[in-house]
Ligand binder design. Structure first.
Ligand SMILES: CC(C)(COP(=O)(O)OP(=O)(O)OC[C@H]1O[C@@H](n2cnc3c(N)ncnc32)[C@H](O)[C@@H]1O)[C@@H](O)C(=O)NCCC(=O)NCCS
Ligand SMILES: Nc1ncnc2c1ncn2[C@@H]1O[C@H](COP(=O)(O)OP(=O)(O)OP(=O)(O)O)[C@@H](O)[C@H]1O
Length: 197
């Protein structure tokens, strides 16, 4: 029996970092953002359909995220058009992983888990959370987005408080050690439940 755990949280809240902590505990992790990177890379399945709609976004045979961000900043209507192309391809990648993975707990790191309806396919959900000012400071520190690009993405996402209230588990990402401890408790809780089932 495998257990599907959906891991989400708003931009910069610590999904990728927390996913690594689940991997430390022997869980298999699938990462939606990493799937998008594979799809955008040269030879990736999104390149052809993206070229058809956004020819200027193809640079050296791959989808350029820098160009996409400029396109989205200039025209907020571009993001839903990108999503219509990308999300079905991401879903295919996810189902392939689900069919092939062998761990007892499969962790699905999905930024839009609640917004996209993916939570219904999970046995339980986790939201990672930190105060709004910590979130913004973390994203700005990465230096990959302007404050406006950050706010545009954040404001499109379900608010943190709503994600927390929908999730079965909440992980506070204030320190790595605290997050590791919370992950350990969740994994123990799920494994205990699987033994009883
Ligand atoms: C907007 C893009 C160009 C920004 O690229 P960049 O490399 O700067 O950032 P990255 O991809 O790491 O995204 C950072 C975070 O933004 C958030 N985010 C990304 N896309 C979206 C979206 N469509 N809606 C809401 N939040 C999003 C997520 O929390 C994500 O983890 C890129 O994210 C993209 O092409 N998005 C469309 C595909 C998509 O919907 N991806 C979401 C996962 S399926
Ligand atoms: N538990 C934690 N304690 C301290 N810092 C953390 C913790 N978790 C994440 N961080 C820091 O917060 C930043 C964002 O983390 P991460 O990249 O994991 O977030 P994310 O939710 O995957 O981001 P995005 O939505 O943009 O993909 C990183 O600099 C990371 O080091």
């Amino acid at each position: 029996m495998t257990f599907a755990l959906g891991l989400t949280g708003s931009i910069g809240m610590g999904k990728s970092t927390t996913a690594k902590l689940f991997a430390e505990q022997g869980c298999a992790v699938w990462d939606a953002d990493a799937a998008v990177h594979r799809l955008y890379a040269s030879g990736g399945a999104a390149v052809c359909p993206m070229r058809a709609e956004f020819p200027e976004a193809i640079v050296d045979g791959a989808v350029s995220r820098a160009v996409l961000k400029r396109i989205i900043s200039a025209d907020p209507g571009a993001l839903p058009r990108i999503e219509r192309i990308v999300h079905p391809l991401v879903a295919e990648d996810r189902e392939r992983f689900r069919a092939e993975a062998t761990a007892d707990i499969l962790v699905f790191d999905i930024p839009l888990l609640f917004e996209g309806g993916g939570a219904a396919r999970m046995d339980a959900t986790v939201t990672v959370s930190a105060p709004a000012e910590v979130q913004e400071a973390r994203v700005m520190e990465r230096g990959t987005m302007t404050p406006e690009q950050f706010r545009q993405i954040r404001d499109k996402q379900m608010p943190d408080a709503e994600k927390r209230s929908r999730a079965d588990y909440v992980i506070i990402t204030d320190t790595i050690e605290h997050a590791r401890q919370q992950v350990g408790q969740i994994v123990a809780d799920i494994r205990a439940g699987m033994k009883d089932a």
